[in-house]
Every structure is written in structure tokens, then in C-alpha cells.
Write a protein that binds this ligand. Sequence first.
Ligand code: A3D
Length: 309
Amino acid sequence: MNKRKKIALIGAGQIGGTLGLLVGMRKLGDVVMFDIVEGLPQGKALDISHLAPVFGLDFDIRGTNDMKDIAGADVCIVTSGVPRKPGMSRDDLVGINTNIIKTVAAGIREHAPNALVIVITNPLDVMAYVMQRETGFPAERVVGMAGVLDTARHQSFLAKELDVSVNSVSAFVLGGHGDTMVPVRSYTTVNGIPIEKMIQPARLGEIEDRTRQAGGEIVALLKTGSAFYSPAAAAIQMVEAYLFDEKRLLACAACCKGQYGVDGLYLGVPVIFGAKGIEKIIEIDLTNDEKALLQKSVDAVQSVVESLK
Ligand code: A3D
């Protein structure tokens, strides 16, 4: 008989709590929520456990302040850290969140050495880089969640603009998870029809800008933190691709080894995601404009990585 998978949520804040709910609802396994704040993961886990009978779900969820309890986790999803407030860029979080990720990486390395690690903490590409460096895990098992969310935001805006199903819009947002991210127009289609045949270039540019700024738009509205429902959902799509070996083509922050002219940096790129984690980075041809935008994004990630040294 197969045992249920164990999903460790490192950080039980806004995204961590939503993840606990979604793991249960999607029947992905048992959950351990870890946080440094006493009572927070325990309280959220107890609350979520009480919806299991309502929906007829059999899963175990518990909260802890002891990292030892993540022992043997199949997947660790890391949201520990500080979110942005209005007026802040993601890069403003680098100092405080780097130290948190280093501590957490040591715990994961010790207690869950075989886990897939999905990083959500910002600045995303840099935190994924620090996580891989500090755990020493193979790069295919440390991945950043951003491209799935950025792509979903773009799909959502395009579907609304055209009044079509979100299922009909296919898109890619690549590059670093910041204001320099690159919605790749040449690969954006409505069920195969190039997007430029459906939306005028000027309007398309406005929608692409809104996608780049979508996280900030939500921060400005919430005032006390950043998006959490959709980031959690995006991570769940990656967990499912891994646990069910879906070999899904997703945009993820992966450690590039020469692809797109990048070596040793984490960057949002198209990958095949399956039971081995990142099974392959896919290189696609880009227009000259897209290449220039991607290079700008690479430079932005590189400069934050250099600030770590
Ligand atoms: P929040 O609700 O503040 O939760 C973060 C939790 O981390 C808090 O409960 C803290 O107590 C906890 N924490 C702090 N230090 C530690 C530690 N050493 N070990 C364990 N837990 C700790 O934030 P949130 O859930 O809204 O966001 C979490 C992170 O995700 C932030 O860095 C956000 O910027 C980031 N984020 C990323 C995206 C992406 O698309 C990549 C989107 C939205 C938010």
C-alpha cells in the first residue's frame, strides 16, 4: 500500500496557510507546517484539520516550531521570510530574507535531504540560488516558483481583455521575478492564433506592463502584505507535476547552465517538470527585442546575486 506523501510548509504565514488548505483540498498528502512564531502553525493546522470532515478529506495536518518534524518530507515549500509593503521592491527584501533562507536551508539539508524544494520567498530568483547553494542539493531538486504565477497573471488579463476562457490562452513569462520579467509575445496565442492577431500592439504593451506590475498592484491594494492565494495555487501546480510525474512544461526559476547564455544563475525559463524535478530546460528562439529584454532581466538578477558576496 502506498503511504501518503509528506509535504512540509516552511513558513505558516499568508501563503503557507493557503498552501496547507490547498494540499488538503487537492488530496496531495499529509502536511507539516513549520514557523518560528509559536502557536501560528499549530493554530492554522488545527483550523484546516476541521474542514477535513466537511469535505470528506483524509489527511493529517499539524503545526510545529521544531524543524525536526519535517523529517522525511517529500516536498518542502518555502515561504519563510518577509513580504513587501507598499513602496518596496522585491529586491529590498534581500538582506533579511537571505539570512532566513540560510537558516531554513540548513534545517532542510539535515531533516529532509531527499525533498524537492520549491522556493517562494522573494527576491525569488536570488533566494532559490541561495537555497541551492546552502543545501548543496542537485539543482534539479531546488526550484523557484514565479513563472507559473506570472504566466497565470498574464493569461488572466488576456482572457479578460478578449472575453475568452482562460483555458484558451497560452502564454509564457520568462526572466527574473521582478519588474524586468518578460512576457514573451511571440509565444502567446489564443488556442494557436498569435496574440498580435487578436490585440493591437499598443494595447498588448499595456497588458504586458500590467502583468509586470501585477504583484505591486496587489501590494498597493492590500497595504499590509503581498499576494497569497495565487502564489500558493501556482506552487501546487508544481507539486502536482512532481508527485504525478506529469512532465509538464512550466515556466520556473531554474539554475541555468549555459542556457540563454546564463551560467550558474537562477532565472525563469521553460522547463519540463516531472518526478526528477526540473528534468530539462527548454531553449526557445526569441526575437531580438525579447532577447534584449531577457538580458536586462538577467543583469538585474545578477546584480542582486553580486550584492550577496
Ligand atoms: P507572511 O504572511 O509574512 O509569512 C511569512 C512567514 O515566515 C511568517 O509567518 C514568519 O513568521 C515566517 N518566518 C520568518 N522567519 C522564519 C524562519 N526562520 N523559519 C520559518 N518561518 C519563518 O508572508 P507571505 O506568506 O505573504 O509571503 C512569504 C514570502 O513569499 C515573502 O517573501 C513574499 O515576498 C514572497 N512572495 C513571493 C511571490 C512569488 O511569486 C515568488 C508572491 C507573493 C509573495
